[in-house]
Design a protein around this ligand. Sequence first.
Ligand code: HEM
Length: 524
Amino acid sequence: GRKKVSYGVNKLPGPGRAPWLIGHMPVLMRPEQSGDADFLWTRLFGYAVHIKGPFGRDVLFISDPKVIQHVLNTPRYKFPKSPDTRFRIRLVAGKGIAWADGEQHTRQRKVMNPAFSPSAIRDFLPIIQDTSRIAVSKWQDIIAQGLENATVLDVYGWLSRLTLDSLGGALDYDFEALTGNSHNELTKAYKNLLSAAHYKPSNFSIAFREICGYLPEWMIGVLQSIPSKKTKLLMEYTEAAENVSRKLVDRQLESIAAGQPGGRDIMSLLVKANQSQDLNGKVAYSELVAQLTTLLVAGHETLANTIGWTLYELSKRPEIQRQLRSEISAVRLVAAQSGCHELASIDYDSMTLLSAVIKETLRFHPALPLTSRIASEDDVLPLWVPTTTNSGKIINKIPVQKGQRITISFAAYHRLTSLWGDDAEIWNPSRFLNPIEPSSGDKISMGMFSNLLTFSSGERSCIGWRFAMLSIHVILFELLEKFEFSPPPGNVKVFRAAAGVITPMIKDGSSVRVELPLTVTSVA
Ligand code: HEM
């Protein structure tokens, strides 16, 4: 039998009662702006909060660094993704690595790692540079057509096409999203896929997705065939992506069979790595195919968002843009003096201000604001900051039982003043130029760098983080070198929509849409 514990998740402070069917999910998933509930709960109730999930379930809502470190960094899938989370992932990305669990995940990750190694990523640099320059010259053309040297552009729309094309380049597939004359089925199916599928879910779909996590395969198939606008969109997309993916995998298998060396693109590296595994290590053909969909979903809008929010913050700060531009010229000069006409990845690494600006955006606007896990066995979660239970008891650990749901708020964690300083509520890149030591608690060490959780941490962390960081550096470099960004005229308010990823949207009368309008001026 289980040990009786006198305190647990349901003894922690929290927002209290909620409707049985949907719990506090509407507050969390349909806020005015992404993170509203996260910040409010953390401010009112502390770093470990008791909320209600669908069907009366008790959920631990957590921003405490030590608990997060324990949950994400304990190996061997002790805290797997919950069934409803996996269902959601499966709907947008198929049964690829983000969906897989346990041993299947280990196998897939091993086969995919070579395509995301530092040296593989360096090979993708020219693709990212070339794609960025296509966007730059398109913008210059648009500006040249007007009377002034400035124009208002939907920067998010452009970034979304740019990141799709550069990811496509790394996958050796041409989406033709920037060239604009595309009738590509996948490009069309892709437009704002994540935001369309996740913005303002109804109470019905919140409960529905929860249930789907537990249904047998065939029943999900039947339910998905019930036509709704959102599922139809997703299914069209998944179908288009799988067609493309099959072509790419087949091409690589054929060239291996013909004894040819094969490409250096992600899918080729993936197929090659799989061929070199022994029988136990190999993943199935369908798993290879599912990876393309996964990579596009995981990498496309997340990248566009992060770069978009960086330009949004910079548009309000001309002085930081000026400093960045001098850092950019300096790097160009050093490269030219050493006889290189093209920049290498170490050149981008050397840019301290640009890196600080990017890190600050990753902290302030983490593309994925939260993730959900489930305890696979009874455990005790150590707290960084002691908390007080509803009965007044001060605790420094939380016992949890097998099956306990845990929602990790990256967004709230990234705003803890005890970790990031008193101005955590403000976008301020200088915090990464002169980092402060946290004043209290044990040392925290997690995430891919700088204790940021934007790419998560541990065995389920973002496999594409190096590719993402290089892309963000290169794209911002090319854009800031040629253009100045400022707020658009009028009183346009861009808001952080909670649409799975933190998406820039604007209100236009009674309708809202995905858009980031900025004034873009050619640098003389
Ligand atoms: C700024 C851009 C990006 C951000 C913020 C981001 C963030 C994340 C996060 C938070 C996770 C963990 C999800 C969870 O546990 O709930 C993740 C997983 C993943 N990401 Fe990224 N990502 C980015 C770009 C990319 C790119 C460019 C790629 C690929 C080209 C990629 C591929 C993946 C994959 C395959 C996974 C699943 C890994 C696994 O489960 O083993 N991501 N990402």
